[in-house]
Design a protein around this ligand. Structure first.
Ligand code: XMP
Length: 524
């Protein structure tokens, strides 16, 4: 079998919010890549055997933070290098050039004139000037700028705000771009990255969903042998893809435990069971634990306390079920690559630490099981591609995220069964209508929240004093910042009418117009 990681690019992360985007773009091209923190050791960098190295952007100024001597171990590898934004400045400065600190930011669209013939940009353009010069429409976001080149480099692109917008040392195959090729606003960005990865670094395109599955299946078989594997199936994208992948790899050696907490979306438990009924070998044990959850949550209004209770009860139920199954050696988990990068990045202190939520944290330590994490190297979009390739329905693969504690944190304050049931119906109407109006995929996450207040209303001839729900829909790609979605008024009107007419006990519907920050996406 061909090694699908043989052609590989290393990305050194200087803390840009776009670093993961660079990696995703390179993987889309079909080349394997990994992200290391910028100060990864020389040994670690050398041992990776990259065919090319990308230096990411970063939030720092080269004036205040010279990033140690990051460039030395990079140059020692003798492979092509592409510095992006701050990455280009680090390269220029540390190789003997000069970077001018500027309080003024250049932010947004810019036009770059291609100044010299360079392997990186040759033949790539959005427009042409009358004299035949190629023009690129690019996206910039920087304050500092390179003002003097290191020896051996020439300017290959310039813009009004950045006379030195692209640089190259063709002989040593070292390149720098002041703009961001990884964002879609740079129209030829993908082409430029392709040029670097495929032609300049000589990497092929064997990193495809089908190849990744093929290889994972082999690896899982090799790792677990004939042992039994346990999986906590939640119905979310990651655990569902793990289930489908393990089914392909080890069939009936897999047992899934699906804890129906009673805090899931309407009919979700049945849907999960139906989906996996079609997968060969998979044994899904459904534990209907709704009553246990409602009992445990009775009288508890504090959000953090609710989270702890829900999490601990999950572990207790899961363990009790697991004990009934003999000979289990492995626990499968849906850890994905961003989780791994987050923990590594946290160590450098460069990227802001992101809150991470691990639903099944604590399980492996307590249960003395070995871990199998087949998605550990994959980005979410890759997990989705693999899910589709393994035959999972689009509805699961492209489903909005759902918090581990489920509706437990969407019924504000005390969680009562009747509140949950009302909320499930409200949420179902909202989501159903979003799908029907082709708006579901336009927003990153949408849901309803049950508010523990009552409000007065009139219905027919009578006065009513009933509950209030809030609808929330957000647009975001990283869930760290988010805008509230500008859903059409007519659509909201239609949804609101349906909810009030069809869900008894609800007399008022509100729409949440808070961004994150300062608000979080969930209400608790
Ligand atoms: P916040 O509310 O922090 O949410 O802006 C960001 C993303 O994380 C999800 N979320 C959770 N996921 N357990 C989870 O598994 C949790 O306790 C939890 N709280 C929030 C939220 O739905 C959003 O996608």
């Amino acid at each position: 079998m061909t090694d699908i990681r043989a052609d590989r690019v290393l990305i050194l992360d200087f803390g840009s919010q776009y670093t993961q985007l660079i990696a995703r773009r390179i993987r889309e091209i079909g080349t394997y890549c990994e992200i290391f923190p910028w100060d990864a050791s020389r040994e670690k960098i050398t041992a990776f055997h990259a065919k090319g190295i990308v230096l990411s952007g970063g939030p720092d100024s080269v004036a205040t933070d010279p990033a140690g001597d990051a460039i030395a171990p990079v140059l020692e590898q003798g492979v092509p290098v592409l510095g992006i934004c701050y990455g280009m400045q680090v390269m220029a400065k540390q190789m003997g050039g000069e970077v001018e600190v500027s309080g003024q930011r250049e932010f947004g669209y810019a036009q770059v004139q291609v100044e010299a013939n360079s392997e990186l940009l040759e033949g790539i353009s959005d427009n042409e000037m009358q004299n035949g010069t190629n023009i690129l429409d690019v996206w910039m976001s920087h304050g500092d700028r390179v003002v003097k080149l290191p020896d051996g480099f020439e300017v290959i692109g310039s813009s009004a705000g950045s006379p030195i917008a692209a640089i190259a040392n063709e002989r040593d195959k070292l390149f720098g771009l002041q703009f961001h090729p990884e964002v879609t606003h740079t129209r030829q960005g993908k082409q430029i990255l392709e040029r670097f990865v495929n032609r300049i670094c000589g990497c092929g395109a064997s990193w495809t969903a089908a190849n990744v599955i093929h290889e994972s299946v082999d690896q899982i078989r090799h790792q677990v042998g004939s042992d039994r594997v346990l999986l906590a199936l939640s119905g979310g994208v990651d655990s569902s893809v793990v289930a489908a992948l393990l089914s392909r790899a080890i069939g009936d050696q897999l047992t899934c435990i699906f804890v129906d907490t009673g805090l899931l979306r309407l009919h979700e438990g049945d849907q999960v069971m139906q989906t996996f009924a079609g997968y060969p070998g998979i044994d899904v044990i459904r534990v209907n634990a709704g009553q246990q959850y409602f009992d445990a949550l009775e009288g508890i209004a504090d959000p953090e306390q609710k989270r702890v209770i829900i999490g601990n009860l999950f572990i207790k139920i899961f363990e009790a079920e697991a004990k009934k199954i003999s000979n289990v050696k492995w626990l499968a988990q849906g850890t994905i690559y961003p989780d791994v990068i987050e923990s590594a990045g946290a160590a450098t202190g460069k990227a802001d630490l992101i809150k991470s939520h691990h639903n099944v944290a604590g399980l492996p330590e307590q249960m003395d099981l070995k871990l199998v994490e087949p998605l550990k190297e994959l980005f979410k979009d890759e997990v989705r591609k693999i899910g589709l390739e393994l035959g999972l329905p689009r509805e699961i693969v492209f489903r909005h995220p759902f918090p581990g504690p489920g509706l437990g944190v969407r019924v504000l304050g005390e969680v009562k069964p009747e509140y949950v049931h009302m909320l499930q119906r409200v949420d179902d109407i909202f989501i159903h209508e979003l799908r029907k109006h082709d708006l579901y995929d336009e927003v990153a996450q949408a849901f309803a929240v049950f508010l523990p207040v009552k409000s007065v209303g009139v219905m027919g001839d009578g006065r009513k004093y009933e509950h209030v729900v809030a609808l929330r829909a957000v647009e975001t790609s990283d869930f760290m910042t988010a805008h509230w979605a500008r859903l059409p008024y007519d659509f909201l009107d239609h949804v609101s009418r349906r909810i009030i007419n069809e869900v008894q006990g609800i007399s008022r519907v509100t729409y949440d117009i808070s961004g994150k920050p300062p608000a979080t996406i969930e209400w608790e």
